[in-house]
Write a protein that binds this ligand. Structure first.
Ligand SMILES: *Cc1c(COP(=O)(O)O)cnc(C)c1O
Length: 355
């Protein structure tokens, strides 16, 4: 059997969820969109449901997968509905629903719903992706209240730059939010992972942690609270072949790496078809036989090469951690010019093993 696999530590997931609640002093929706950032949404929901205040996903398809698996906790659709006919399912399955656009408000006004809706009215406080403009916010709130179809309205917005700790954009967004919501009754939800970890002064009755649940930092630099996170996923495999090469020999496609000294090269069963980033360069850290080493040359579809020259105890069958508790996914992502969000979401083909 091919040794490539991803171990998922559900105890670490629970630790990180509790940390989000502790740091914020708020209720927390565990964000499980995109199959829980590659970690398996159903299994993660089951691991958290005894204690979680609720979950959040990107679309109704993801919510229905959780409901079909027996998850009864509240589930928020972070982008609401894409088509008005989803409203019937939203009511039937008791889903909470973000409202970010006037067309969604018109759809709610037009649709007969059997039960009051739980709506999260989203303000565009400066990110300029989705959300109502500040001058539309109060009228939108009043229209929803007047529709008679609403049980509760939570006031929501989203940060564009909360991962930049010395940047004033988040404070500006909070000011825009506070001004737009003046006089409107409702609980508040502003904070994603970087804001939970790094912006303790931002108000929130509900926080929406995603990446931090999986134990990866949203920050590029080190940060005190992020250091308390426990990595949930360990992507591991084994050395399947060892090459003894003289100095001056090329390794892998495109001969992107050429040995500078007599070298031992380990070939690992892991490639970009598993989601390991193809753009990870020579020097990207790996752990082999318990020792840090590095990637050499181009990542192939099913294999990659690592340096065993200074790891004499390593050979065929040695365990390799591509990321996990020792090699942080955020470090691998940074080396590859991307973010841990993406390398988790790209994971495929490897079996997920839960403990
Ligand atoms: C994805 C998402 C989150 C979670 O973001 P993280 O940075 O992973 O914590 C929170 N809120 C909204 C609206 C999102 O789309």
């Amino acid at each position: 059997m091919r040794p490539a696999r991803a171990l998922i530590d559900l105890q670490a997931l629970r630790h990180n969820y509790r940390l989000a609640r502790e740091l914020s002093g708020a209720r927390a929706l565990a964000v499980l969109k995109a199959d829980a950032y590659g970690h398996g949404a159903v299994r993660c929901a089951q691991a958290l449901q005894a204690e979680a205040d609720g979950f959040a996903v990107a679309c109704i398809e993801e919510a229905l997968e959780l409901r079909a698996a027996g998850v009864r906790a509240p589930i928020l659709l972070l982008e609401g509905f894409f088509e008005a006919d989803e409203l019937a399912l939203i009511v039937e399955h008791d889903l909470w629903c973000a409202v970010h656009s006037l067309w969604q408000i018109e759809a709610i006004e037009r649709t007969a719903v059997g039960k009051p809706l739980n709506l999260w009215l989203k303000l565009d406080s400066g990110m300029h992706r989705v959300g109502l403009q500040p001058h539309d916010y109060r009228p939108a709130y009043q229209r929803l209240q007047a529709s008679g179809k609403v049980g509760r309205i939570v006031l929501m917005s989203h940060f564009a730059r909360a991962d930049e700790l010395d940047c004033s954009a988040s404070t500006d967004q909070v000011a825009v939010f506070q001004s737009a919501r003046q006089g409107l009754e409702g609980e508040v939800s502003l904070r994603n992972s970087p804001a939970v970890l790094g912006w303790p002064q931002v108000p929130s009755d509900w926080v929406r942690p995603g990446i931090m649940l999986y134990g990866a930092t949203p920050f590029e630099e080190s940060q005190a609270q992020a250091a308390l996170l426990q990595p949930v996923m360990t992507l591991e495999s084994k050395v399947i072949c060892v090459q003894e090469l003289a100095a001056g020999e090329p390794v892998g496609y495109g001969a992107r790496f050429v040995t500078q000294r007599p070298s031992r090269i380990g070939v690992v069963a892991m490639g970009y078809a598993d989601g390991y980033p193809r753009l990870a360069p020579t020097g990207t850290p790996v752990l082999v036989a318990g020792q840090r080493s590095q990637l050499l040359g181009r990542v192939s579809m099913d294999m990659l090469c690592i340096d065993l020259t200074d790891v004499p105890q390593a050979g065929v069958g040695s365990p390799v951690e591509l990321w996990g508790k020792h090699i942080l996914a955020s470090d691998v992502a940074q080396a590859a010019g991307t973010i841990p969000y993406q390398i988790f979401c790209n994971l495929r083909r490897v079996p997920l093993i839960y403990s």
